[in-house]
Design a protein around this ligand. Structure first.
Ligand code: NAD
Length: 296
């Protein structure tokens, strides 16, 4: 079965991108989000990025928008035709448990479910679905039209034919499928990246050094184009905050609370990163664009 109708649950940072990229690639997309107007706003806001980075004309961008056939707060309505549901709801186990329990009740039998969760592994969430053979994870990177990888990871219960269909779908929406063959926290990219970001945030929370200095050291020493705090600003601070809260709940290690407290103060002040104009840097002309940034 080739997918035709795709439902994206959650139209935040990632969900809006997944929905639009899928619609632009010719699929009929339904968006489920608890606020219709914020979903609409997020989708519309992608126009500038797609036009700048992919050179889409107004008509081409609109053709993608026209394939978003419904935006709704009603889960049953959202999935009634769905071949495939991609979930991009906030990174909370409680919320995802509730969602998958409800989804299992209202989705047609044919529907395949995928989570875009960054920190949970499929065996943690598959417990809440009624169809383990049709459940897996499809994990995208922020700004999916440019950083176009999709990490695909199932459980030992995932039907190999379902896995292959999702690999094929990834190519159809112009992602490079990254097949992850064993369950791994953080898939491939985050398994490499998170220890770097986590260590950087701990150095900041402990007062060992400040974000700009940490970035400079990393960038000069490794000839890397970005430092960990530049990456955090690009990703947005809400997900890292949620992840540090989860880590604190799981380990009770004080350092995770210290990091979460510092991130929370920034999020509460509206300084959530690039998207809000301020995070660890100030946008649209961040300090690292200054030619002297790496020299002083
Ligand atoms: P986000 O907070 O930006 O978006 C979440 C969306 O869900 C919002 O639009 C919100 O209105 C909606 N929502 C919240 N509760 C809801 C509910 N009960 N019912 C319906 N809609 C609800 O989050 P995000 O950064 O897009 O992350 C979403 C998922 O994607 C997480 O699992 C995260 O781990 C993963 N992810 C995020 C990134 C990233 O860079 N931000 C990258 C890869 C994967």
């Amino acid at each position: 079965m080739a997918f035709k109708n795709i439902t994206v649950a959650g139209a935040g940072v990632l969900g809006s991108q997944i929905a639009y990229q899928t619609a632009l690639s010719g699929f009929k997309v339904t968006v489920y989000n608890h606020h219709v107007d914020t979903a609409q706003r997020r989708l519309t806001a992608l126009k500038e990025d797609y036009q700048r980075d992919l050179g889409l004309s107004d008509e081409e961008f609109q053709a993608g928008m026209d394939n978003i056939v419904n935006i709704t707060t009603d889960l049953k309505e959202a999935v009634q035709e769905a071949d495939y549901v991609i979930e991009a709801l906030p990174e909370s186990l409680e919320l995802k448990e509730k969602f998958y329990t409800e989804l299992s009740e209202v989705a047609p039998e044919k529907t395949i479910f995928a989570s875009n969760s960054s920190s949970f592994v499929p065996s943690q969430l598959v417990k809440y679905v009624d169809r383990p053979a049709k459940y897996l994870h499809m994990h995208f990177a922020n700004k999916i039209w440019r950083f176009n990888v999709a990490e695909i990871m199932g459980t030992d219960q995932t039907d190999p034919a379902v896995y292959q269909e999702v690999v094929d779908f990834a190519r159809q929406i112009k992602m490079v499928p990254i097949e992850v063959h064993k369950e791994q926290h953080g898939y491939v990219l985050n398994a490499v990246l998170m220890p770097l970001i986590g260590s950087a945030m701990q150095l900041w929370a402990k007062g060992v050094s400040d974000p700009h200095t940490i970035d400079k050291d990393w960038m000069i020493s490794t000839n890397s184009p970005m430092g960990p705090f530049m990456i955090l600003d690009m990703v947005g601070l809400r997900t890292p905050l949620q992840m540090e809260n989860n880590l604190y709940a799981a380990t009770h290690e004080e350092i995770h609370k210290q990091v979460a407290d510092k991130l929370k103060a920034m999020v509460d002040a509206g300084h959530v990163g690039q998207e809000s104009g301020q995070g660890f840097y100030h946008y649209p002309h961040p300090e690292f664009e200054d030619p002297s940034f790496l020299r002083a």
